[in-house]
Design a protein around this ligand. Structure first.
Ligand code: SAH
Length: 257
């Protein structure tokens, strides 16, 4: 693949935010997936403290609130996503349960041993899987849990085209067994992991994109930057459809030791 192809992380935040605020999720997932990951977490106190890191517009935040008696702090870097989540919280009258913060996952506003559960769906890659697991460890109470989803290789011998795509986009992509090892080394018992079903990508993430692309292009007057962005998203979709047997998102659930 030629080097003149840009990658999503190289675009400025305003374009990223303008595109992704149009769709319900900013990464692959579903309420069923969130609930399945939650089912592996034992002994959550009746009123627990959960941090939902890189919450986006809150795809999983509301599911967490509906399925755990918890006070949730949902944090994201991009104000547009936080604003969208604030709207949902208001509509559902969940103000007492969910607090939102515009902030960085690299400088979390928690104290040591404060949290019963750390959640990061499709977002830990922003800090890096290993770094996130290591740095966030201290915010958890002993024997409490972390649940993160992360792009992972599902098969060996990946064709060069898809290897190169990920090398540019997220070189930390690795096999499931290597990710589990990293989790172990970072100070967690790997309690469970499971591969997200294809629908989490296709139905919930990629299918809503074509209409979003249309309105996004229109709003940006078909600017070169907007057109490049859309081209890239389309390329990402094409790669997934062609190589989905080789990679996917995997949920990793670990218990602090
Ligand atoms: N959890 C959501 C969003 C996943 S996309 C979902 O599954 O739908 C990744 C999210 O991480 C985006 O919302 C992005 O704004 C956020 N993000 C990126 N860098 C970040 C950082 N340094 N700190 C906090 N959030 C960040």
């Amino acid at each position: 693949m030629s080097k003149d192809i840009q990658y999503i992380h190289e675009f400025d935040f305003s374009l990223i935010s303008s595109f992704f605020k149009r769709i319900d999720r900013q990464g692959p997932g579903s309420p069923q997936v969130t609930k399945r990951a939650l089912s592996f977490i034992d002994n959550l106190p009746v009123v627990s403290r959960i941090a939902d890191i890189g919450c986006g517009s809150g795809g999983q935040t509301i599911t967490l609130a509906e399925n755990a008696e918890a006070h949730i702090t949902a944090l994201d870097l991009l104000p547009d996503f936080v604003a969208k989540l604030n709207g949902k919280i208001k509509d559902l009258k969940l103000e007492n349960r969910i607090e939102t913060i515009e902030g960085s996952m690299a400088a979390l506003p928690f104290s040591d041993g404060e949290l019963d559960l750390i959640w990061a769906e499709g977002s830990i890659y922003n800090i890096g899987f290993e770094k996130g697991l290591c740095e966030w460890h201290r915010f958890l109470k002993d024997h409490c849990y972390i649940a993160v989803s992360e792009a992972s290789w599902l098969r060996d011998n990946q064709p060069a085209e898809i290897q190169e795509f990920w090398q540019n986009d997220y070189p930390d992509i690795d096999t499931v067994s290597n990710k589990v090892k990293i989790m172990e080394k970072a100070g967690y018992v790997p309690v469970a992991h499971f591969v997200l079903p294809e629908d989490s990508w296709i139905k919930n993430f990629y299918e809503p994109m074509p209409p979003a692309m249309e309105s996004f292009l229109k709003e940006h007057d078909y600017s070169i930057g907007a057109k490049e962005f859309v081209k890239l998203m389309q390329h990402e979709i094409d790669m997934y459809m062609k190589y989905k047997e080789y990679y996917g998102y995997v949920f990793y659930i670990g218990k602090k030791i």
